[in-house]
Design a binder for this molecule. Structure first.
Ligand code: Z5A
Length: 208
């Protein structure tokens, strides 16, 4: 069976990391080969790019430089980890992929959609998610969750209106690609979110 890429998207603190772990457990229990990945920072080189991107001291980072760094991180990630795992037949569960660039750098930063789309294509190099979960949560709740865990990074420090634009962008992406993207209510309990994702995964697996 060929590999597949499943991405988890949404604003910060919406529960992606938690749900990637639970989805991994479910798929492994079904005997499937699974690889877990994340962006930014899914490779050694990417980890250095991630440090630049999220350091609160880098308030001067220009939006275009930010976009190029996310693209560089993804190009490395696809070449080094995602494509090889797909070629080995793994189901790759990736915490964020190019929908995050569309949401944060287009809707959040206001960069030109055509430029962002071109870079998304270049960085992903033909790799596209087969299935995407958007974990939808009001920004006020997401920031509260993130603050409970630790201090806010450079992007988390953006005002609520920024995060609201990003949230709406994820919902727009889901409306434009309903065959690929499933929106999950992330304000539910961890178990209820996991049950919604498990149902969607079972439906998707049955069609493969
Ligand atoms: N970014 C970008 O701008 N452009 C791009 O192209 C890409 C990314 C790829 C990466 O941050 C930043 O880069 C991100 C977008 C930007 N910026 N922001 N802001 P990151 O990798 O450090 O973190 P994150 O992806 O934004 O999210 P996170 O903080 O790792 O959170 P999460 O993975 O979505 O959630 P979690 O860790 O599973 O849960 C967070 C907390 O909530 C934790 O204490 C959980 O126990 C709790 N939690 C989880 N689920 C629930 C439920 N259902 N109820 C209550 N509490 C819960």
């Amino acid at each position: 069976m060929k590999g597949a890429l499943i991405t988890f998207e949404g604003i910060e603190g919406c529960g992606k990391t938690t749900q990637v772990r639970l989805a991994e457990e479910l798929l492994v229990a079904r005997g499937l080969a699974v690889a877990v990945a994340r962006e930014p920072g899914g490779t050694v080189i990417g980890a250095r790019i991630r440090d630049i991107l999220l350091d609160p001291a880098h308030a001067a980072l220009a939006p275009t430089a930010e976009l190029l760094l996310y693209a560089a991180d993804r190009a490395q990630h696809v070449a080094e980890r995602i494509r090889p795992a797909l070629e080995q037949g793994c189901i790759v569960l990736c915490d964020r992929f190019f929908d995050s660039t569309t949401a944060y750098q287009c809707a959040g930063r206001g960069l030109d959609p055509k430029t962002v789309e071109r870079l998304n294509k270049m960085a992903a190099d033909g790799v596209r998610p087969d299935l995407t979960f958007v974990l939808d949560l009001p920004p006020a709740e997401s920031i509260e969750r993130v603050m409970r865990v630790g201090r806010l990074d450079r992007i988390e420090q953006e005002p609520l209106a920024f995060h609201e634009r990003v949230r709406q962008a994820f919902l727009d992406i889901a409306r434009q690609a309903p065959e690929r993207v499933t929106v999950i209510d992330a304000a539910q309990s961890v178990e209820a979110v996991a049950a919604d994702i498990a149902r969607a995964l079972e439906t998707w697996l049955a069609k493969r």
